[in-house]
Design a protein around this ligand. Sequence first.
Ligand code: 6PG
Length: 247
Amino acid sequence: MELKLRIYQDLSTLSHAAAETVCAELAQAVQARGTASIALSGGSTPAALYQLLATAPYAAQIPWAYVHFFWGDERCVPPNTEGSSFKQAQELLLSHVPVPPENIHRVRGELPPTEAAAEYAQVLAHNAARGLPWPCLDVVLLGLGEDGHTASLFPGPIIEAEKTQPTLAVTANYQNRPANRVTLTPRVFNDARQVLFLVAGVGKAEAVRAVLKGYANPIQWPASRIRPTLGTVTWMLDEAAASLINR
Ligand code: 6PG
């Protein structure tokens, strides 16, 4: 695993840098393999990035027809309701760019969680290289909760299935967000080529320090379980989220 740390003055600067990185990675993937895949994140942090990707100059840099969209996690709510990460991405990005509908692989949050998780595992397998159980994602966007969660991997005893399965149905209460979720597991994240953590705000500083300083207990700080085997993880932080790193 290669780890990179990038610190930006504020969320706007961070989002522009993330847009440049996403554009470059997706274009390079299509150039090299004729296709590209990205897993989106929910939450508030990536919203500005999604809007940037839908506008000049970034939108013109991405070969949208060859890009496949997945989600690192999804809340188990219908796709047209508040709280749906798909709805957020659809409104801010996907409805503004020419991505073929068949390239958008959302988690069907309208299903019961375990059914949605099982179906998504099949979606991943269907979109993987021959014989592989899930895609080697070119880009994974991840956020970080103040409690150290990422995607929908929350603090607490590690579910054994996460060590072998690509998806899990979980229940977790975080802020006022939907509790029932489907998440990809570290098995999928750690096969990715580029994992980008986008983290902003002083409320995340303690979690950033715990995870980046390397002493993190993987049960208490789930983001520390994201360690791509051959890929690169880049932590893109604003100054506030990075404020405790050297303490
Ligand atoms: C979600 C995300 C979740 C998010 C963090 C940070 O579904 O909400 O997958 O993991 O990235 O909770 O959220 P903020 O960006 O809103 O701080």
